[in-house]
Design a protein around this ligand. Structure first.
Ligand SMILES: C[S@@+](CC[C@H](N)C(=O)[O-])C[C@H]1O[C@@H](n2cnc3c(N)ncnc32)[C@H](O)[C@@H]1O
Length: 229
């Protein structure tokens, strides 16, 4: 039977990393879910293609829709991103806030800032984007919040350091969302590497932390969802 070309287009931009550590069932479930994702605005699609062509790790449309839902559900108006890349996840947040709201974005790379602003302008997004170039762990010192949502997507070995940052800056009922909690299945390995160990340590700390109520959604590469209690 011939494959639906529409689904093939979706798959191209939604594939999991081509690593041996990604179990076949996880890959198949991911493909199954990705096939249902409705069309996105053209600028978002362009960002997905840019990421695909350069192997740039964005959250992708499955998680993009999920963070959109979460932001709508809690009526988010103030969001902090730790690791914004070129603005793909912030784009979803802005859509969720109907182009309003305030998003503090952080990234090491000033080219990412330039690119993000260019996409936002072309899409006509009206949110207030405040993109700070530099180490997110330092940038946040000047941003006390309170925030409704904090998205955590920086270098994984820094994850354990983000818990206090989020706890201090989220309002009660605010959401601490963390990408790559499954890390291509490497978190299940017997002898994980240093980066993977940092993710496992972060996961344990977050579950044990009474300031949060935590779950992990096994979509794409695993999304941590912690409610500030
Ligand atoms: C996975 S990408 C972010 C993707 C983005 N959240 C999205 O889905 O569109 C991670 C980004 O975080 C940046 N980054 C990693 N560690 C960082 C840090 N400590 N401070 C600032 N930026 C960091 C990298 O430069 C990279 O652009």
């Amino acid at each position: 039977m011939e494959e639906d070309p529409h689904n093939q287009t979706h798959r191209k931009c939604c594939e999991l990393p081509d690593a041996d550590t990604v179990p076949l069932m996880m890959r198949n479930v991911h493909r199954y879910l990705a096939d249902f994702i409705p069309e996105r605005p053209p600028v978002l699609r362009e960002m997905e293609e840019y990421a695909q062509d350069r192997d740039f790790p964005i959250v992708g449309p499955l998680v993009g829709r999920f963070i959109y839902q979460l932001a709508v559900a809690i009526k988010a108006r103030k969001i902090l991103e730790l690791g914004s890349g070129f603005g793909y996840s912030a784009f979803w947040f802005s859509l969720a806030m109907k182009g309003k709201g305030h998003i503090v974005m952080t990234d090491f790379d000033k080219q990412n800032k330039r690119r993000a602003y260019d996409y936002f302008k072309r899409a006509g997004l009206q949110s207030h984007f405040d993109f700070k170039v530099g180490d997110a762990l330092k940038t946040v010192r000047k941003h006390d919040g309170p925030f409704d949502v904090i998205l955590n997507d920086i270098d994984k070995n820094k994850y354990p350091q983000t818990i206090d940052i989020a706890a201090d800056r989220l309002r009660k009922g605010g959401l601490f969302i963390t990408d790559n909690m499954i890390w291509s299945g490497k978190v299940c390995e017997k002898n994980p590497d240093e980066t993977t160990r940092a993710i496992v340590e972060f996961t344990k700390k977050l579950y044990d932390d009474s300031r949060f109520y935590t779950s992990i959604m096994p979509i794409r590469d695993g999304i941590g969802l912690a409610v500030r209690t």
